[in-house]
Design a protein. Structure first.
Length: 277
């Protein structure tokens, strides 16, 4: 039994390696494999269920018998789903390794959406302003009207003020936030920085430079499958969409936990706010 499982594992690894070689030799960002359904088969199956625009960006077998992993972009958003070699079913959800507890789907999606070093370098041209002077850097994708973004901004501001990080802010107005695009352009044109972002600053100054930067940012984010805010882009190219609480952010950046006095200060501030209410 153990020998058969080992043989199956070795076989699956050879298949994955074969697919990876196809990926390298083809010079494309899309990975397809002969031992899984074709992109055309999958598009037809997914569209019949989702009724949305579908783009297959990668297909490969998993180490688990009968499971193929599919990287699919549905209505501009990246997802992972699973099927079998005969395309008899579609599984939308997370694959968890029962031995380690690791979320294999999340890890796979992070790797699929990871930005190249060239793209990370390109992010500097989309940066509206930066805070902090520490060697530890990250890019923060935000919208002036996004409530969760504001929570993230407070955490980043405090860490920057303590000399722990440098944050490059990228303004990405979401289409359903009325006036957000004009606010972003005003903040850039009038050089209002973090204060302008915090106060949702807006003026009649819609300069060409600001407009071009915001529109270029929108195109880049959509191209990379980033459809929401807040977003954290790390210097290794990994992307996290959604609010990161400080302990998780510190862990991701390789920083030690917040000092006890800092935590006490935050609790005191929260107590004062509650007391005023």
């Amino acid at each position: 039994m153990v020998l058969e499982q080992y043989k199956h594992f070795i076989k699956s690894q050879l298949i994955i390696a074969y697919c990876f070689c196809i990926f390298i030799l083809s010079g494309t960002s899309q990975v397809f494999c002969e031992n899984c359904p074709t992109p055309d088969q999958l598009v037809q199956s997914i569209q019949s269920i989702m009724k949305r625009d579908v783009e297959i960006r990668g297909i490969k077998p998993t180490p688990f018998k009968g499971f193929c992993e599919v990287h699919v972009r549905i209505s501009g958003r990246d997802n992972i789903l699973y099927t079998n070699p005969d395309n008899e079913f579609l599984v939308f959800g997370h694959l968890i390794d029962s031995k380690t507890g690791k979320n294999l789907t999340k890890k796979a999606l992070e790797e699929y959406t990871r930005l190249s070093p060239k793209d990370v370098e390109k992010l500097k041209s989309y940066t509206a302003f930066s805070i902090g002077k520490a060697p530890v850097e990250l890019f923060y994708v935000t919208d002036p009207q996004c409530p969760y973004c504001k929570k993230g901004e407070k955490i980043l501001k405090q860490m920057a003020e303590h000399g722990e990080i440098t944050v490059h802010f990228i303004l990405y107005p979401l289409s359903f936030h009325k006036g957000a695009k004009e606010q972003c352009i005003s903040i850039i044109c009038d050089n209002k920085g973090l204060e302008g972002l915090e106060t949702e600053y807006q003026s009649d100054n819609q300069c060409t430079q600001g407009k071009n930067k915001v529109e270029a940012t929108n195109l880049f984010m959509k191209e990379k499958g980033i459809t929401g805010t807040p977003g954290y882009i790390f210097t290794d190219g990994l992307i996290h969409t959604g609010l990161l609480h400080e302990p998780n952010l510190r862990e991701r950046l390789g920083l030690p936990p917040a000092k006890i006095e800092e935590q006490s200060e935050k609790q005191s501030q929260n107590h004062d706010v509650t007391k005023k209410k």
